[in-house]
Ligand binder design. Structure first.
Ligand code: ZN
Length: 421
């Protein structure tokens, strides 16, 4: 199937590309980038639009196997392409967790069958994510995982985390940590600060994240491992990562859109869609995170898409589960709230995510997979959670007016999502 993406502004900082041109796609691959007429080929008119290498959300919970009432690989993949993501990395905390190759194979085959987005499974670090013994990391790598993490939980045992950093190096995979000291965070449901005191809710101190990042960086230095901080949320964690990068350690970090758009003030009316882990932090933390996105300390934006069935989110604040959906709002929030140069945005959403994860990289070059995200920077739109493609509805962004949107998503040369004004 052939296609010409015509007259778009082609932006790929990894190829030092920023110009108006046509992309000819043949057999799912980029054939040429240039100008001129291609006879008898279907045309996607991208005049006035940005054409970027496919966006990659490296932190997504697809809930399958085990919690299909909240999300499936098919519905999560559909939400991904509607949000402009051609690929997602799926966290292993399914039921059963992805801690062995049979689950990895299942996710990959189900994704090939039903997901319009590419799915890269992340394997568990420890068996059943219990933090006791290493999972079958080598076997899962053979099966196709792109990194390891116990996300949802931290690896509290420092010796085990050291072994994971050493072992993952054999496969050049990142070790992705959910940074939370469980003793410091125990019983906490929101950020520990003025609001938690006022609301009478138990807080999770910033130190619960920062002590873990700090410990892990000591272990990264010791092992020369490849370490990635998931959903970084505090000023202190920003400073620790910044300093580690200055020392030349192989450390990377992602932030979520909710951590750069919302503060703990959003919890004031006990809205369970403001309950996530790590929690929404103080205004000062948000300012530090935004600055770190701009100065390059933060490498990637990832949604931490965490669908939950509505019955669970209707529980009282203390008892509701952590997490919100995010695949369809991430790009719009980044474009609306961050005011970044488009090249920097493409680095955060496509180029750097590919570098962090163990994947064969793609981009706007000849012979690359034709995975493209097409943006309209001027498009004003309102997010309506009731029209979400996710099976869940737990978003705090319902009704938000955003400017800038993914208006088409192309995977392997096929237009898998289109929303032209
Ligand atoms: Zn997490």
């Amino acid at each position: 199937m052939d296609l010409v993406v015509k007259n778009g502004r082609i932006v790929d900082p990894s190829q030092k590309l920023d110009r108006v041109a046509d992309i000819l796609i043949r057999d799912g691959l980029i054939r040429t980038i240039g100008d001129g007429a291609f006879a008898d080929v279907p045309v996607f008119d991208a005049t006035g639009l940005i054409v970027a290498p496919g966006f990659f959300d490296i932190h997504v919970h697809l809930r399958e196997p085990g919690t299909e009432e909240a999300e499936t690989i098919a519905t999560g993949g559909s939400a991904a392409v509607a949000g402009g993501f051609t690929a997602v990395a799926a966290m292993p905390n399914t039921n059963p967790p992805n801690d062995n190759p049979s689950i990895t194979y299942y996710i990959l085959s189900e994704a090939r069958r039903s997901s319009p987005a590419r799915v890269f499974p992340i394997g568990a670090i420890t068996k059943e994510q219990k933090g006791e013994v290493l999972a079958e990391i080598g076997e899962m790598f053979e099966a196709g995982i792109a990194g390891i993490s116990d996300d949802g939980k931290p690896v509290m045992n420092a010796q085990l985390f050291r072994l994971a950093l050493e072992y993952a190096q054999m496969f050049d995979m990142p070790v992705i940590q959910h940074c939370e000291d469980l003793n410091l965070s125990k019983g906490g449901v929101m950020h520990e600060g003025i609001y938690s005191t006022r609301l009478g809710l138990k807080g999770i101190p910033a130190a619960a994240e920062e002590t873990m990042v700090s410990r892990d960086i000591t272990l990264t230095h010791m092992t020369h491992g490849k370490y990635h901080v998931a959903h970084l949320s505090t000023r202190g964690a920003v400073e620790i990562v910044r300093e580690a990068k200055a020392r030349g350690l192989r450390v990377s970090a992602e932030v979520t859109p909710h951590h750069f758009t919302l503060t703990d003030a959003a919890v004031a009316d006990y809205d369970t869609n403001a309950k996530m882990n790590p929690p929404l932090r103080s205004a000062d933390d948000v300012a530090a995170v935004v600055e770190a996105i701009k100065d390059g300390t933060i490498d990637a934006i990832a949604s931490d898409h965490a669908p939950h069935h509505i019955n669970l989110k209707m529980l009282e604040f203390d008892r509701a589960p952590f997490g919100i959906t995010g695949l369809e709002t991430a790009v719009g929030l980044a474009l609306t709230k961050l005011q970044l140069p488009i090249t920097r945005l493409v680095e955060l959403l496509s180029i750097n995510p590919q570098k962090i994860m163990k994947v064969k990289s793609w981009g706007l070059f000849e012979g690359s997979a034709a995975d493209l995200t097409i943006l309209d920077l001027k498009r004003s739109w309102t997010f309506d959670v009731h029209r979400s493609r996710s099976r869940s509805r737990n978003s705090p962004f319902h009704g938000w007016q955003l400017k800038g949107k993914a208006v088409a998503t192309i995977v392997g040369g096929k237009v898998v999502y289109e929303d032209r004004a």
